[in-house]
Ligand binder design. Structure first.
Ligand code: KG4
Ligand code: ZN
Length: 343
């Protein structure tokens, strides 16, 4: 088979991204280009993503970014075999911009349109990077989502657990805001935690021991706020210790919830090929190390994308599009943008 070249477009949140991916050796993807423009600077002053600002920033740069992705990949639009775009879930203004752009390119260049679920793209990333075979257990943790999923095939997912309140990344972001750290919060909290004592504060481990693989994080965040308020004004060591104690609690919760999900996995999908972490939170070193150790204990390998592919990027969208095109799952130009889109 002649390797397909897919253009991927991502505009669902605060990264504008475009990439070209093709099929490489051993069922892996080969990334020919992967351009990402982060809007962190635009949103930092507000301590979070402002949807209107995000949409405007996408519009300003997307055309040029696509042109650059094609150029760096040494290709041109006529040589592309499909246009993949994240059609949701996400901030609707941004999603619309990516989708309208992709539809226009597909129409003008007469290429198949591949409307990709952003979460599905995170979920399939270990196949892009490692050629991982189905089925695998996925912890998908980002700013907006926290799910444990049995990934059985393209479009074949069984959700084993989710959060009943905050997403893990959201909890990191809220804790960072509370402690006066920058945005996005995850990397800041992790950096602070490196110099902190994880045992100084006895924070709760919500849901520990529950039989369903669900998460709850708002109680943990509230407990941390109470500790922080008691200590006001916070010394820098207090901040580090609070971050370390928070991160340690999250790690314990994640490991416990994954243990439950691993048990449930057998009933729905048999034996997993690996334990996988994906989404922005998968960049967290403490979580990665804990999951790697846990996987090792039960004789599973642990797979997590390299750091640049954990956060939002165009390569994962292109890859998910490639997987869909291979199966003939092409969309038509009426496909809608979706703010919400469970997968
Ligand atoms: O997947 P992603 O880039 O965007 C969404 O689709 O949400 O994930 C972003 C989330 C943010 O909440 C961010 O704080 C979190 O991932 N994150 C981290 C780390 N790096 C990013 N959380 C914990 N530790 C990190 N090192
Ligand atoms: Zn994401």
């Amino acid at each position: 088979m002649i390797p397909m070249k897919i253009l991927g477009i991502e505009t669902t949140c605060d990264e504008t991204a475009a990439a070209v991916v093709t099929l490489g050796d051993e069922e892996r993807g080969r990334i020919l280009s992967n351009e990402v423009l982060s809007q962190i600077a635009e949103h930092a002053a507000y301590g979070g993503v402002v949807p209107e600002i995000a949409a405007r920033a996408h519009v300003e740069v997307l055309d040029r970014l696509i042109a650059r992705a094609l150029q760096r990949a040494g290709t041109t639009l006529p040589e592309i075999d499909g246009i993949a775009v994240a059609a949701g879930p996400g901030l609707i203004g941004g999603v619309l911009i990516g989708l309208v752009t992709a539809k226009t390119l597909a129409l003008v260049a007469r290429k198949p349109l591949l409307a990709v679920n952003h979460l599905e793209a995170h979920a399939l990333t270990p196949r892009l990077t490692d050629g991982l075979a189905f089925p695998y257990l996925l912890l998908l943790a980002s700013g907006g989502h926290t799910q444990l999923v049995a990934v059985k095939g393209v479009g074949d997912y069984v959700r084993l657990g989710t959060t009943i309140d905050d997403a893990i990344g959201e909890a990191f972001d809220k804790v960072a805001k509370l402690l006066g750290l920058g945005y996005p919060g995850g990397p800041e909290v992790e950096r602070q935690a490196q110099n902190g004592n994880p045992e100084r504060f006895a924070l709760p481990r919500p849901m520990l021991g529950r039989r369903q693989a669900d998460f709850s994080l708002s109680g943990l965040k509230t407990a941390l706020r109470i500790e922080a308020e008691r200590l006001e004004p916070l010394a820098s060591q207090d901040v580090a210790d609070l971050c370390a104690s928070f991160q340690a609690a999250v790690v314990d919760v994640v490991v416990d919830r994954v243990r439950v999900a691993l048990r449930a996995f057998a009933g729905v999908a048999g034996h997993p090929t690996a334990l996988v972490a994906a989404g922005g939170v998968a960049a967290n070193g403490a979580i990665r190390r804990a999951l790697a150790a846990q996987a090792g204990e039960v004789g599973l390998s642990f797979v997590a994308p390299p750091l640049p592919l954990c956060g939002d990027n165009g390569a994962m969208i292109a890859w998910a599009g490639l997987e869909r095109l291979r199966l003939g799952l092409v969309d038509d130009l009426t496909v809608p943008a979706r703010a919400r889109w469970p997968f």
